[in-house]
Design a protein around this ligand. Sequence first.
Ligand SMILES: Cc1cc2nc3c(=O)[nH]c(=O)nc-3n(C[C@H](O)[C@H](O)[C@H](O)COP(=O)(O)O)c2cc1C
Length: 146
Amino acid sequence: MIRSFFKAKARFPIFSVSDLEIMRTAMRNNERDGITGYLLRDNNTYLNVVEGPTAAVEAMLRRVAKDSRAFDFQIFSLMPTQERQYPAWCMGYHEHAESQVKACPINTFLATPAAQSVGPVLEAMQMLGLRQISNDRRVTQRTASS
Ligand SMILES: Cc1cc2nc3c(=O)[nH]c(=O)nc-3n(C[C@H](O)[C@H](O)[C@H](O)COP(=O)(O)O)c2cc1C
């Protein structure tokens, strides 16, 4: 199993239909391929951490690298791992309030991506991602029980 962390610039504005389409495709394919992780969309950048079977993650990275909805694709880390850090796949938007906090490792990284900030930014993304997944679960449970 591998975990990869990459960035790409977004071709279309935040909250555009292209993000919805990316999310739909990713949810469908990642469920099929055993890929979990978190896709974070900032004003004009995607930060993505994905984990799963090596061949499936590599194939997915090749598809994203060719995707015309994004450009400046850049892989920051690609590491073997025994354990998943994300129980599911989800997508989130970097909230405005959070993006004003300069000390947030995600903002520091977006401003000047540096090898030494990969660790802290991944920790921050894991927290945001897990929060998002538990919110998504609550919504699903509510919908199922109503
Ligand atoms: C930033 C970004 C992240 C993406 N993440 C995923 C992903 O996690 N899984 C996936 O299958 N496709 C993802 N995609 C979409 C792929 O680039 C590609 O369009 C898709 O995998 C094609 O799937 P299909 O052959 O089933 O239509 C992403 C695209 C972008 C721009």
